[in-house]
Design a protein around this ligand. Sequence first.
Ligand SMILES: Nc1nc2c(ncn2[C@@H]2O[C@H](COP(=O)(O)OP(=O)(O)O)[C@@H](O)[C@H]2O)c(=O)[nH]1
Ligand SMILES: [Mg+2]
Length: 392
Amino acid sequence: MPTNVSPEFDKQRQIYEDTEDLTQRIAELEKLLALAPNHKGAERMRGDYRKKLAQLKAKLEKQREQDRIRKSGGAQEEGVVRKEGAGQVCLIGITNSGKSSLINAVTTAELEVGDYPFTTPIPTPAMLALQDINIQLVELPGVFEGSHEAGIGRQALSVSRNTDCIALVIDLSQDIDSQMEIILSELNKARIRLNKEKSAVRIERVGLGGHMIYGAQNYQGNIDEVKEYLSARRIANIIVRFQRETTFQQFVDAMDASVAYVRALIVATKGDVPGSESRFKELEEKYGNRFDIVPTSVRQNENLDGMSWALYDHLDILRVYTKIPGKKREDRPIVLPEGSVVEDAASKVHKELFVERFRSATIIRENDKIKRRQVGLNYPLQDGDIIQLAHR
Ligand SMILES: Nc1nc2c(ncn2[C@@H]2O[C@H](COP(=O)(O)OP(=O)(O)O)[C@@H](O)[C@H]2O)c(=O)[nH]1
Ligand SMILES: [Mg+2]
């Protein structure tokens, strides 16, 4: 677009373009319009966006009408959040721990902040624009003892089962242990396990071969109880790999598909209040071996950028940029799971077609000793790679 626009406008445009939920899309477009330049040269652009806004509103009206008709037939689920952006992070913590304040500080959202309990009663999404990608943040209603059984808590926990990352929001102005205990126990009761407990043991159901147990030396107990467990459930053929130290509970969990495993970190809030430093130390001593811990203060605008990147790191994704020879690389990256290879990027660019016609790929790593390298389809990608694809 030739019109001179502000960086805020550009950022908001990205958010708007990435937002698919209709109601939210309208809200983002309204924000975008408010940021649009006022001069004459931008008149046409403003007009286009206004037209788009009217279209979206008409569409929403129609959708609501259809919903009203459908609703008379069956209940519509509330508080279901549709995933958007490069990844989703759920913020979970007790009420008043500072979740809304954090989200407001790093996004354009305006969630209600209050020093009274349960200001945010349903899972609420907002988009964090981080460099060239968007991460969806979801504030969950405050957890409390027994929330896994209560309506709003159940809903919140069901969102966190399917999320890409959980941020445990711990308020440094309050007792650490009670907060951690409530959150961890509620997640645990909802059958959500945090951080890589899953990879300690791998299970594979097979057609024959009996009980094939590998890495038994990693099992913390008598291996006979594993065999008994399997026999008692009439599981005749199975491969069990204990890849790291595994307890009986971890083994049972791995057998159970209803257990969800989610990456997690701790975000410590209100680092400005008296006593927060010693509570942060306590947090590190007690939980630092299980979680990365990021201290923040919204009030003093402290480490919010650091927190955003920590969230990014815990999504386990990487960004690659396609490039046509002789041109600048694309501005927007392709986002892939960590561990992806050239083929994953290629098939995302051109769907299946490309892989069949693939000839070669060149990877450009600006900060590497070897700047350019010719690679094949199985070559592992790194965050920030620039990729040039050649096909027949
Ligand atoms: N001192 C201090 N207070 C904060 C900070 N962040 C939030 N608060 C206060 O904590 C209270 C609860 O905040 P809110 O974001 O609504 O918490 P939520 O219930 O977890 O969403 C409000 O009174 C905020 O003003 C911070 O960084 N420092
Ligand atoms: Mg809130």
